[in-house]
Ligand binder design. Structure first.
Ligand SMILES: C[S@@+](CC[C@H](N)C(=O)[O-])C[C@H]1O[C@@H](n2cnc3c(N)ncnc32)[C@H](O)[C@@H]1O
Length: 263
């Protein structure tokens, strides 16, 4: 079994293909079939799909999640926002700086690295092109964002085997415990239905010594659609998720926060 097959788990029973019994229940049969699509296709491992439920009625999400399922938003994230971020509105100088900071923090010799809430994969694609890590996983809830990611992968000449694309929910991540070496989650916590639960799920998926590099926006931005935090709240969320207080660092630049945690 590859490190990828050991990392990806059913989001309902949390078993990987390595430990699932042959006669496993219905959820695992769906899971097995999705995994068989690798590496040529993206996987839908949202709990509703795995359980065969009708998603919209069974699992309604808040506007801050649903908004990103609109195709126009993926266009904004790919074409309009990156040059605006580069003027200093996101991190010091946009996504290139954020990528450098992330890679410096992650270090070398990592096997499985995940970009969680990857959007159009602006960092996942850079991680793949770097060719420094064995497996890159890009996960997001929005089909539109992931569709754009697939288009960009083709345009940039990235092989499908270089990025595993998963439609998944931060509330039920499809990863085995202690299976990921590092997680990047950019500008995403303020979009999740429950940030504490999301960071706890990432903590559980990280192996001991695994690293989380996350960014988000801060108050006094008003929490109308999104839920913005204070630096202290971010620290408390990471600690409540399981990270030791000494292994949590929250850095702020105006209304932008960079969170570095080591499990
Ligand atoms: C502001 S975008 C950031 C995208 C990308 N990481 C970036 O840095 O540009 C937030 C992303 O979080 C995703 N998201 C929102 N709710 C989610 C959930 N419940 N599970 C997984 N991803 C979610 C959205 O689909 C969206 O792509």
């Amino acid at each position: 079994m590859s490190s990828l097959e050991e990392a990806i788990a059913c989001p309902v029973c949390y078993k990987t293909l390595t430990i699932a019994p042959q006669d496993c229940n219905q959820c695992h049969n769906y899971f097995r079939n999705e995994l068989a699509k690798l590496p040529s296709s993206s996987l839908d491992l949202t709990p509703a799909r795995v359980k065969g439920e009708i998603e919209e009625t069974a699992n309604a999400k808040p506007l801050r999640t649903e908004l990103f399922r609109l195709p126009i938003i993926s266009f904004l994230y790919e074409r309009i926002l990156p040059p605006i971020w580069a003027m200093g509105l996101r991190n010091l100088g946009g996504i290139d700086i954020e990528f450098q900071q992330c890679v410096e923090f992650f270090g070398q010799n990592l096997k499985v690295v995940a970009d969680i809430s990857c959007g159009t994969g602006i960092i996942a694609r850079r991680l793949a092109l770097l060719q420094q890590y064995e497996q890159i996983i890009a996960l997001d809830y929005s089909e539109a964002m992931l569709g754009k990611l697939q288009q960009q992968i083709q345009l940039e000449g990235i092989l499908p085997s270089q990025i595993t694309i998963i439609r998944g929910d931060i509330a039920a991540l499809p990863f085995a415990a202690n299976s990921l070496d590092a997680v990047y989650s950019g500008a995403a916590m303020h979009c999740w239905p429950d940030a504490t639960r999301g960071i706890r799920n990432i903590y559980q998926a990280l192996r001991s010594g695994g690293k989380l590099f996350a960014t988000t926006f801060l108050q006094p931005l008003p929490s109308i659609v999104f839920r913005f935090f204070t630096p202290n709240e971010l620290q408390q969320i990471a600690i409540a998720a399981g990270f030791h207080p000494d292994c949590v660092q929250v850095e702020t630049r105006g209304v932008y926060a960079i969170i570095r945690c080591i499990k």
